[in-house]
Design a protein around this ligand. Structure first.
Ligand code: ADP
Length: 482
């Protein structure tokens, strides 16, 4: 087996706040099918070493950013994990990044993760295992390629994956020394970003290859509307950039076996009607003549929740209903509360994070609404396809790459799988929702749309094959250079 070390701040089934955890958790199984052994390094947040039975130290540090630390090897439901046990950095209550506000030492906490990854890549674990590729995810692992370059390690290829360029890992320049980095890397061609350190920029500049989680987001990243100031940095490395669409875990998300719902399949959708009834009663909804739309999302402006608030009146007046699950920005949470209060029996809301409920929502919903302003890949539209819960999405990023819009031509050609709207504003969403309601009333047309979505190939096969090809080509370059 070829060897790759994945470096991430979250990973299913151990710790999750968003899509990054799903991707990091699913990639190893996909890559195993391609002949790659992926081991995953992440911080030992409270409880994780016990959960993963991680007892064997495979690497240790006398002092890693302020305290002794070790890397413990463990197993989480078949996932081969390496937990960075650094109590001074990770043994504290709150989420992985803090709660409710970020921990002030986050730049150091994740610089430590990146440094540990680079040391393992450069020196190998105590038992001799050493990766051929180091795969860094997002700003939290962004410094790993920089550290590796500082160690003069040239026989390990590096990949930087951007799951969301909005999070750039900014830190005061004064932290450079504490991070163990020389002044020579603090340049505009290096990790300096408007007078600060950006750990994401470090990864974008120093990794052998940059990937992001959909082809459309890859091209968007080079434009100022989406690049969030880093568009020039990405564009300068366009020849090293590619977009690989995420897959989903086809076992966890399977309407035929999902323990949360009455099972159904693309051959018979009868169970879905039962789930719809149960979901309506769970959310206190009744008397809908139109589609039941669901939202499972962080409640933030990125996710376009204000557009939902602005169009819900019309949607409800036309017979639609809304079941919303999410948490996030307090102001947007309040906006959603107001919406539910104004539409009793038609709009239901659960503030919080609830994986099991999210499964019941995909099982019972007619439509999943994803009106994001930008969306690197997005997973909920993919779950929607899998569950016959037709995605209605903004035409951006991975949403544009994974849903085929049901316009007249696509409908008659029999290829459509959902709805897209553009521009990403209230008028376009309202108009799109009107088309949704019209098609929903054509039962056989709607069922065909649902079934087509359910038959899409959404697993990790294609994506992991693309990562494997990328790894191989980078290793080839390194071998050619040495
Ligand atoms: P992002 O990573 O930007 O939040 P994604 O669509 O890529 O968005 O991934 C979000 C993941 O988190 C999905 O698996 C989604 O089902 C899940 N999720 C988001 N909010 C909730 C919630 N309130 N309860 C349960 N699952 C949620």
């Amino acid at each position: 087996m070829r060897r790759v070390l994945s470096v991430t701040s979250e990973c299913v089934p151990l710790i999750k706040t968003g899509g990054l955890a799903d991707v990091a958790g699913a990639l190893p199984a996909g890559l195993a099918g391609q002949g790659w052994q992926m081991r995953t390094l992440l911080p030992a947040y409270p409880g994780l070493t016990k959960r993963a039975g991680a007892k064997t130290a495979v690497f240790s540090f006398d002092d890693l950013m302020g305290g002794p630390s070790q890397v413990l090897a463990g197993d989480a439901d078949g996932l081969d994990v390496l937990l960075l046990d650094a109590p001074h950095l990770y043994d504290r209550p709150g989420g992985p990044y803090g709660n409710p506000t970020d921990f002030p030492d986050n730049p150091l906490r994740f610089a430590a993760l990146s440094l540990a990854a680079a040391r393992i890549a450069a020196e190998g674990r105590g038992d001799g295992w050493r990766p051929e590729v180091l795969h860094a995810h997002d700003w939290q692992a962004g410094l790993a390629p920089t550290y590796l370059a500082q160690m003069d390690c040239t026989d390990v290829a590096t990949v930087m994956t951007v799951h969301n360029i909005a999070f750039q890992g900014l830190a005061p320049a004064a932290m450079l020394g504490t991070m163990g980095l020389p002044l020579s890397v603090y340049t505009s061609e290096g990790l300096e970003y408007w007078g600060q350190i950006s750990t994401l920029k470090a990864g974008l500049v120093h990794a052998d290859a940059i990937t992001t989680v959909s082809p459309t987001y890859a091209s968007e990243l080079m434009r100022s509307e989406f690049g969030m100031g880093l568009e020039g940095v990405v564009a300068a490395r366009a020849d090293r950039l590619s977009g690989i669409l995420n897959g989903i875990d086809m076992e966890v998300w399977n309407p035929e076996t999902d323990p949360q719902i009455t099972p159904y399949s693309a051959t018979s959708l009868r169970g879905k009607a039962t789930n719809r009834k149960a979901l309506m009663s769970e959310f206190g909804l009744s008397g809908l003549t139109g589609p039941l739309a669901i939202i499972v999302s962080r409640l933030t402006s990125q996710k376009g929740m204000d557009l939902v608030a602005a169009t819900a009146d019309q949607f409800v007046a036309a017979g639609g209903g809304l079941a919303i699950l999410g948490s996030g920005d307090p102001l947007i949470e309040d906006q959603m509360r107001l919406l539910a209060r104004n539409h009793p029996g038609k709009v239901g809301l659960r503030i919080g994070y609830d994986e099991a409920l999210s499964h019941r929502m995909f099982g019972g919903g007619d439509v999943v609404l994803v009106p994001s302003r930008f969306e690197p890949c997005g997973l909920t539209q993919l779950y929607g396809l899998r569950y016959g819960t037709v995605p209605v999405v903004a035409a951006t990023g991975g949403l544009a790459d994974s849903v085929i819009h049901a316009n007249t031509m696509a409908q008659s050609a029999g290829v459509s799988t959902g709805f897209q709207f553009h521009p990403i504003d209230e008028m376009a969403l309202a108009q799109c929702l009107r088309s949704v309601i019209t098609l929903f009333s054509d039962k056989s047309g709607w069922t065909r749309l649902q079934k087509r979505g359910m038959k899409q190939a959404l697993g990790w096969e294609a994506s992991s094959a693309a990562y494997a090809v990328l790894y191989e080509s980078l290793i080839g370059e390194h071998n050619g250079a040495t």
